[in-house]
Design a protein around this ligand. Structure first.
Ligand code: IPD
Length: 263
């Protein structure tokens, strides 16, 4: 097996186990939250516990790799490969009982910086919906047995998704951007989990996605899904995707989004 296939197999196995744990903790937490009104604590605890599980499994299987996780931060490795992990992407959905949350696990080569890394493998698992999206570099993007393809054209206007950072100070800018994008959109979704937005672009369920303020773990696995499904992922003015901007779509819609948000 190739390195990419090995890494993907591990990412998938761990994502399935981690997703099952997140789902179980959500189910258990509902009754605790109902009595203690402490859903935020339960979510934080589940986030930490799921990341700890992922980290322990990765350390056991590939002790020389580095790690970058939303909850526990970064640790370098000797192999040149880093795992970039969001244990529960879509934590607000998770807290509210909306099923659009996911475990996102990617293996990247090079420093864990989206400007320079090469993503090798990625898995996005939405346990409450029972869907696991996976991709490896050169191996395509898949949902079960179905090979995924982005939509190349959106002749009736593009179905787009976006997100808003949790910092209210950024909302005016986010809304101004939405206003600029709406003329090229047929409609706009705010699903609440960046990894799923990207997986849905890969699967052709969305024509495109854009968001400011993403962290590496939000888009590492989902970005590879889009690329392997034949799409483009990038930022402003030819830069790589990152904090400043992430755009993902097939080429035609990508260019339409890029044109209006850079105006
Ligand atoms: C968030 C989600 C959300 C996006 C935010 C992310 P988290 O991740 O992906 O859709 O709009 O920018 O931070 O905090 O739920 O892991």
């Amino acid at each position: 097996m190739s390195l990419e296939a090995d890494l993907l197999e591990l990412a998938v196995d761990i994502a399935l186990e981690a997703g099952a744990l997140a789902k179980q903790r959500r189910a258990e937490g509902v009754s605790i939250a109902a009595t203690k009104s402490a859903i935020a604590d339960i979510v934080t605890e589940a986030d930490r516990e799921v990341e700890a599980l992922i980290r322990a499994r990765l350390a056991a299987a590939r002790p020389d790799d580095g790690f970058l996780g939303e909850e526990t931060g970064a640790e370098g490795g000797a192999s040149g490969i880093t795992w970039v992990v969001d244990p529960i992407d879509g934590t607000v959905n998770y807290a509210y009982g909306i099923p659009a949350y996911a475990v996102s696990i990617a293996a990247v080569e090079g420093p864990p910086d989206p400007q320079t890394w090469t993503a090798l493998a990625g898995a996005v698992f939405a346990p409450a919906m029972g869907e696991l999206f996976r991709a490896s570099r050169g191996g395509g993007a898949w949902l079960g047995d179905e090979r995924l393809h982005v939509n190349d054209e959106a002749p009736s206007g593009a179905l787009l998704a976006t997100g808003f950072g949790y910092d209210p100070a950024t909302h005016d800018g986010d809304l101004a951007r939405v206003r600029r994008v709406m003329p090229v959109a047929r409609d706009l979704r705010r699903i609440g989990a960046a990894s799923l937005d990207l997986a849905y672009v890969a699967a052709g369920r969305l024509d495109g996605y854009f968001e400011r303020g993403l962290n590496p773990w939000d888009h590492a696995a989902g970005g590879l899904l889009v690329i392997e499904a034949g799409g483009r992922v990038g930022g402003y003015r030819g830069n790589a995707a990152g904090q400043a901007m992430t755009i993902a779509a097939g080429d035609a819609v990508y260019r339409a989004i890029e044109r209006v948000i850079e105006e």
